[in-house]
Design a protein. Structure first.
Length: 396
């Protein structure tokens, strides 16, 4: 490694965004800086077509993992910058081929400086012939090369790189607005959160706790899950709702088979109240069609009664196995499967309805002044900031 090592970052999907592109790149640049803030030697050059990160002696392998987890980044490469001397480039390409031990290769040259004395094709041929002359066991394969040697001739330097590391794709977090995610501590809601973030949505989170029926470990679990999601969004606001009183009231005034339905209605109403007072544009949940009685299409329709805020359900069509696979990849699975009592499991009912009727829902809702209790509960909400570093508590 030398001091002119750098990372070339590409941002595929963003380039289709026309006039919004500047904002995308600025956001992506600042998200990358935040994700890599532990590496203090890095310097950045943010341009319209790429972001260049100068390593200044930092080990690329250490930067690789956190960089690959920044949403909005298509791919990146560890590149070496040279003065515009073709002999030096040839020598370096030869070393790359020797070190790689690959059987086939292809050279790809791009010239952004059209005045450079060699054409792209000439550079490809000259570099390839040096490699072919020195290494007997390697051949050119133009269709499916094992080793790709990329040479970019720019106005001031020549970049050379081999591998491309895949990024997550999607959009930089924050570019698509802000949403309030209902997070439960199960497997689904952290995965749904990740998918929202990957689409560029900044999340705030809300959790309904029912102390003393739910233990402190549940909150620890929620913290641990959100810490994992901090990789994608370094600062996440968490609202913790004391839900016990409301839940008890629901069980007092509704039939057992409707208790879960009414509980969902209350969760959404409180979430909407929080969302509107904190400028979250939509709600999001980890619901998946048909997973349980409260997630049939009929139930979904019933629990949204009277809620005039859009609810995004990224996992609506996902199978449990697909969801588990993603949760393993993002590191939330092991935390999610820790045993815990959710506020829903505490008051489990044997025969929850899968086809709630509107008139019955309305009737149960009219049996008590739920609006006042929602307001009281809303005032008792606790707020925390879960960040990469410390957890700060704050007044609501
Ligand atoms: P998950 O769906 O996260 O695996 P779960 O399966 O225990 O957890 P469900 O009963 O399927 O949860 O609830 C569906 C969705 O409702 C959750 O994905 C989450 O968005 C929301 N939800 C359920 N319980 C809570 C809670 N205690 N606090 C906040 N949101 C909740
Ligand atoms: Mg679920």
């Amino acid at each position: 490694m030398n001091n002119s090592d750098l990372i070339i970052v590409r941002f595929g999907e963003l380039s289709t965004k026309g006039k919004n592109m500047k904002d995308f790149i600025r956001k992506l640049g600042s998200n990358i800086k935040l994700a890599l803030s532990d590496f203090d030697k890095l310097t950045y050059d943010i341009r319209h077509d790429h972001i260049y990160i100068n390593l200044n002696g930092t080990n690329f392998d250490l930067v690789k993992k956190p960089l690959s987890l920044v949403p909005g980044l298509l791919s990146f490469s560890h590149a070496h910058a040279f003065e515009r001397n073709l002999d030096v480039v040839k020598q370096f390409a030869l070393e790359m081929a020797l070190k790689s031990n690959k059987k086939t290769f292809k050279v790809f040259t791009k010239r952004s400086d059209k005045l450079f004395p060699y054409t792209s094709d000439q550079i490809n041929r000259e570099v390839a012939s040096v490699i072919l002359n020195k290494i007997d066991s390697i051949k050119v394969d133009v269709h499916n090369p094992e080793l790709e040697i990329h040479i970019n001739v720019r106005e001031d330097v020549i970049y050379v790189y081999a591998d491309k590391v895949d990024g997550l794709g999607g959009y930089p977090v924050g570019i698509a607005g802000k949403a309030l995610m209902l997070i439960s501590g199960g497997i689904d809601s952290p995965v749904a959160s990740f998918l929202m973030m990957k689409r560029g949505v900044k999340l705030e989170m809300i959790h309904f706790a029912a102390p003393p029926y739910t233990s402190k470990q549940v909150i620890t679990k929620i913290h641990d899950l959100i810490h994992k999601l901090n990789i994608f969004q370094p600062d996440i606001k968490l609202y913790i709702v004391p839900f016990t009183e409301l839940q008890k009231k629901i069980y007092e005034v509704t039939d057992r088979s409707y208790a879960i339905t009414i509980m969902r209605v209350m969760m959404l109403r409180i979430a909407k109240r929080v969302a509107t007072s904190h400028k979250d544009i939509v709600l999001a949940t980890g619901e998946s069609i048909g997973q349980v009685a409260s997630q049939t299409l009929n139930s979904i329709r019933a629990i949204e009664r009277g809620i005039d805020i859009p609810i995004i359900r990224p996992l609506a069509t996902y199978d449990k196995l697909e969801i588990i696979n993603i949760s393993k990849k993002i590191g939330t699975y092991e935390i999610s499967i820790r045993p815990f009592e959710d506020c829903c499991t505490i008051f489990t009912v044997k025969d929850p309805t899968t086809r709630p009727h509107f008139d019955k829902v309305d009737e149960f809702l009219s049996r008590f002044d739920f609006n006042s209790l929602i307001e009281k509960t809303f005032r008792e909400i606790k707020v925390e900031h879960i960040t990469n570093e410390v957890k700060k508590e704050e007044e609501f």
